[in-house]
Design a binder for this molecule. Structure first.
Ligand SMILES: Cc1cc2nc3c(=O)[nH]c(=O)nc-3n(C[C@H](O)[C@H](O)[C@H](O)COP(=O)(O)OP(=O)(O)OC[C@H]3O[C@@H](n4cnc5c(N)ncnc54)[C@H](O)[C@@H]3O)c2cc1C
Length: 519
């Protein structure tokens, strides 16, 4: 969709935020043809993705949570991609370069969005060139507020935050420490969590696997002046000794648990942090935002192309707000686990009393923390059910376990991955329009193809003889949306294919679909 993106900053990233790209985000990048570039921009391929819980880098190790299916290039059982770590510091330039190369993205840096009006069905945005001060207008069909937690668009629409604006105060210290590995004996990990007698006090995220690190100091204190904090003291505490280091930048931030009460008015939408803000526990923020744009993108494109109806635009809020609520609840639960970590005054003591304290903490961490660090269920298991544009087949909702994903093609779910030859995943078939998958001896789909053609909506048909695929998808016919989610499935086409198409492309359904076979 041709668009103008205005960004008040000059495009440089001066401080690292999100690191974790979950497997669904990597699938989105694969669809855009940039997964390899993202992988290369992130952690070295052989870098371990484990998380270590320690007292300090030369002190006691309490637990090691390994994540063998994170990072690297080998496919996993449920996806052609793997979760990766690529900080926004390196990810943003990759996204920007590819957006520009796409030819449809007009990115204007140093341009501040001021306000908007709606005139004759169009949206007229007033923007300001922050260098020259010149103001001008941009007219568009749609407006997507992807301007983060302080979104002025959300405020001017009158949408309210629901939730908790202040969960915890934190400070991030962006560090450069060449030869970091020679200063400690704990080995490589992607995350080091530091536990003291008062609980978790800091997290060290390894950004490039070499020399760039981000130390997050957690706490309840508001750092009025982040420049004046005692970085030397924190670095010494994390290593148990004093070493040379360079501070690149320091930022304070507040962990929040907020969701907008609405995501849309007419042709104006909220996406990303403008719509939801969660604590970084579990690393869901950027990933949930990417899910928003995957969902919204095809719906806007379908409306601009003339085959998508109002129902698609309505479905955006229904589908994505439910996912954000689910992910927010999970992130909040993880924060509460950290806050409830047992306090062990003897933790650093050598000998039996110290050993017992460390043993208690170790058990607590092993019981609770893998759920935060391994979240394939959060990444892949969300299901748009109920959704106004998916057709229920009467089957039970699949389990929603945050840690693990069970492949399924329940209407609303992400259509499951399977290799279909030539190094192609089933997922590689989705993205350009709707797809009807025919398994085994499925009956003719010509009535459906005709109904799609009548709506001028794009549909491709693929046939598979492999019975394993039919079992995985749970029906002989499965209709998949452009975002790779199942819209409908059945063993035969419904009586009224026109009504089915109207429903899934968001046009008002006037006649019953007449489902012939229920699961
Ligand atoms: C410490 C930390 C760690 C995190 N780790 C993770 C993680 O591991 N995984 C994860 O998924 N998420 C993580 N997150 C969350 C993640 O960073 C955010 O969810 C994500 O950056 C949100 O992206 P966004 O584009 O919606 O908003 P933002 O990144 O906030 O971008 C909004 C942009 O809009 C611009 N803007 C705002 N107002 C205007 C205006 N009026 N005119 C023009 N431009 C404007 C801003 O300059 C900004 O560049 C973390 C966050 C923090 C703080």
């Amino acid at each position: 969709v041709p668009h103008v993106l205005v960004e008040q900053n000059d495009g440089s990233v001066d401080h690292p935020r999100a690191n974790t790209l979950n497997v669904r985000s990597m699938e989105i990048f694969r669809r855009w043809g940039i997964a390899d570039e993202v992988r290369l921009a992130g952690m070295p391929e052989d870098y371990p993705h484990c998380a270590l819980y320690i007292t300090d880098l030369n002190g006691y190790e309490l637990a090691n949570v390994s994540r063998p299916h994170h990072g690297g290039t080998r496919p996993t059982m449920h996806s052609p991609e793997r979760p990766q770590r690529c900080n926004q510091y390196w990810l943003d330039p990759v996204l920007r370069r590819n957006a520009i190369a796409s030819g449809v993205s007009d990115i204007r840096h140093c341009t501040s969005f001021e306000h908007f009006d709606e005139r004759d069905g169009k949206i007229v945005s007033r923007v300001r060139d922050t260098k020259s001060g010149a103001e001008y207008e941009i007219e568009s069909e749609y407006l997507v507020a992807c301007c983060g937690g302080r979104s002025s668009i959300r405020k001017s629409l009158g949408f309210q935050w629901i939730g908790e604006p202040t969960l915890e105060y934190n400070v991030n210290i962006f560090l450069r420490i060449p030869d970091f590995w020679k200063y400690h004996n704990k080995g490589k990990a992607s995350l080091h969590f530091f536990i003291g007698p008062d609980g978790l006090w800091a997290t060290l995220a390894h950004l490039d696997g070499r020399e760039y690190l981000r130390l997050t100091v957690h706490g309840h204190q508001y750092y009025a002046d982040p420049e004046s904090i005692d970085v030397e003291g924190f670095v010494t505490r994390m290593l148990g000794r004093s070493i040379p280091f360079q501070v690149i930048s320091t930022r304070r931030w507040i962990a929040r648990d907020l969701i907008a009460d609405r995501y849309r008015r007419g042709k104006i939408f909220l996406a990303g942090d403008a719509a939801h803000q969660n604590t970084p526990h579990g690393g869901f923020g950027l990933n949930t935002g990417l899910g928003d744009v995957l969902d919204l993108g095809w719906k806007i494109a379908a409306n601009l192309d003339g085959w998508g109806g109002e129902g698609l635009l309505q479905a955006y809020e229904a589908e994505r707000r439910a996912v954000a609520k689910r992910n927010l609840a999970q992130a909040l639960a993880h924060l509460k686990v950290d806050q409830s970590m047992p306090r062990e005054p003897n933790l650093l003591e050598p000998g039996e009393r110290g050993d017992q304290a460390r043993e208690r903490l170790s058990s607590f961490i092993k019981e609770h923390k893998p759920r935060m660090l391994i979240s394939d269920g959060i990444a892949l298991g969300y299901c748009y059910d109920p959704s106004p544009i998916c057709v229920s087949d009467g089957s039970a909702l699949p389990p929603d376990d945050p840690m693990s994903y069970s492949p399924n093609a329940h209407p609303g779910s992400r259509a499951p991955h399977a290799w279909i030859g030539d190094n192609r995943s089933m997922l590689d078939l989705f993205g350009r329009g709707f797809v009807i998958l025919k398994f085994g001896n499925a009956t003719s789909t010509s009535a459906l193809e005709k109904a799609f053609a009548g709506r001028r909506a794009p549909l491709e048909t693929y046939e598979f003889a492999d019975p394993i695929l039919a079992t995985l998808y749970g029906a002989a016919l499965v209709l998949v949306r452009p975002d790779g989610h199942v819209a409908w499935r059945g063993h035969e086409l419904p009586e009224n294919c026109g009504a089915l198409v109207d429903k899934v492309v968001g046009v008002e359904v006037r006649k019953p679909i007449g489902v012939k076979v229920d699961e």
